[in-house]
Design a binder for this molecule. Structure first.
Ligand SMILES: [Zn+2]
Length: 138
């Protein structure tokens, strides 16, 4: 997967609302979180927006405000978003490996059809393949 490109402050600013509403796309989220982590101006901007959003949320739902720590909440939120991005990438990597092995297996099966002598080798490769997959997805 391509490295997330850097956002300008203007682009980051446009993503604040989708981010808060959790409607931001994973690809955008990565660039956005990277920018927020490194740009104090946009961080303050996001914090202010989140503060307003939460205040409205509290008013709407008539909830207590005593444990309201915006800095902590924002940090947790950014961490959660980064975790989600990392998990998504890991899944993509696993899928690529899986596809590669399936292709390899198909090639081996094709070879086996023409050269029955290599059947034993293919049988062992198949077993190793299944062991590998079991490890990968558990
Ligand atoms: Zn910025």
């Amino acid at each position: 997967m391509a490295q997330a490109r850097n956002l300008t402050c203007r682009e980051a600013s446009r993503l604040i609302a989708p981010y808060i509403r959790k409607e931001i796309k994973t690809r955008e989220a990565e660039a956005f979180v990277n920018h927020i982590r490194t740009c104090p101006d946009c961080y303050d901007d996001l914090e202010m927006n989140l503060l307003v959003h939460n205040a409205l949320d509290v008013l709407d739902n008539d909830r207590a405000t005593d444990d309201f720590d915006i800095e902590k909440k924002l940090k947790e939120d950014l961490d959660r978003t980064e975790l989600r991005i990392r998990k998504g990438k890991k899944r993509n990597r696993r899928m690529s490996i899986l596809i590669l092995f399936v292709e390899l297996l198909l090639i081996l099966l094709a070879v086996n059809a023409f050269l029955p002598a290599v059947g034993d080798v293919i049988h062992r490769a198949g077993e190793a393949f299944i062991t590998f997959l079991t490890g990968l997805f558990t």
